[in-house]
Design a protein around this ligand. Structure first.
Ligand SMILES: Nc1ncnc2c1ncn2[C@@H]1O[C@H](COP(=O)(O)OP(=O)(O)O)[C@@H](O)[C@H]1O
Ligand SMILES: [Mg+2]
Length: 250
């Protein structure tokens, strides 16, 4: 479905992604794990069309998509759930959800139908639909970010560290949501610092270190691979490799 070949991305002088190859097959959950600064967000932003590669190709069903505008990428069926739940905090919950629907031209009835599905999936969003999004808890904002992405009916959903800053119970809930989405037919590309959890969840995984993929394989094999432990220098792979990024909210 998605194929990334020799991808290089730089920010001015800094090369953040240094020749990365991977693919995501239809129906798979694929994860890229790596510590803070490894280049995970840069890869997702490049797939989403927010950044342009300096070299390499990204194809969807064999057709190049690198160089397309973000809205064009969404139209092709790829939708990203942003890192840090980047919703519009001043706008209402329901307006945030509708924003996700605008990129694909659809009729009103279909859109309200989609909203209803999101409210069924995340009942708290129905309760708080008229609240200003910035007043939601961290977990609720993450649900909102996911429903925003789902409103465009993606075939491929990109998740950028959905566990970031969430309390442990909410992390479990997040991973459950990802499993559900997959069970309902979505293909998923997830980038995470939660190495163990992410590799347990996925079909195939890639380990990214400073812009390069250093290990890859089925999630279960990677978990058992002593080289994975070496990459993380004996750190407890169930905790974020940078020790967490501070804020935890409920
Ligand atoms: N806007 C930017 N300008 C300059 N350098 C950046 C920018 N965003 C990220 N970087 C650098 O690119 C590298 C990869 O960053 P990023 O993709 O955000 O990593 P990750 O998501 O794995 O934590 C890091 O060295 C980071 O400092
Ligand atoms: Mg990141």
């Amino acid at each position: 479905m998605l194929a990334v070949r020799n991808l290089r991305v730089r920010y001015g002088q800094v090369e953040a992604v240094k020749g990365v190859d991977f693919e995501v097959n239809s129906g798979e959950i694929v994860v890229i794990v790596g510590s803070n600064g490894a280049g995970k967000s840069t890869i997702l932003k490049t797939i989403s069309g927010l950044l342009k590669p300096t070299e390499g190709t990204i194809t969807l069903d064999g057709k190049p998509i690198h160089g397309l505008e973000p809205s064009a990428v969404v139209k092709l069926g790829i939708s990203q759930v942003a890192e840090g739940r980047r919703i519009f905090p001043q706008q209402s919950v329901v307006d945030n959800m509708l924003l996700g629907a605008y990129t694909r031209q659809r009729r009103r009835a279909e859109i309200s139908n989609d909203l209803e599905h999101m409210f069924e999936r995340f009942p708290i969003l129905r309760v708080k639909q008229n609240h200003v999004a910035g007043t939601l808890s961290g977990g609720e904002q993450q649900m909102l970010a996911i429903s925003q992405a789902l409103m465009s009916h993606p075939r491929l959903i990109l998740f950028d560290e959905p566990s970031l800053g969430l309390a442990p119970l909410l992390v479990e809930e997040m991973f459950r949501v990802i499993r559900d989405l997959h069970a309902q037919g979505a293909t998923i590309l997830l980038v995470e610092q939660m190495v163990t959890k992410a590799l347990e969840l996925c079909h195939r995984g890639y380990v990214l270190e400073t812009g390069r993929i250093v290990l890859s394989g089925p999630g279960k094999e990677l978990l058992a691979d002593p080289r994975l432990q070496e990459v993380y220098l004996g750190r407890d792979a169930s905790v974020p490799v940078n020790g967490g990024s501070g804020k935890v909210d409920a």
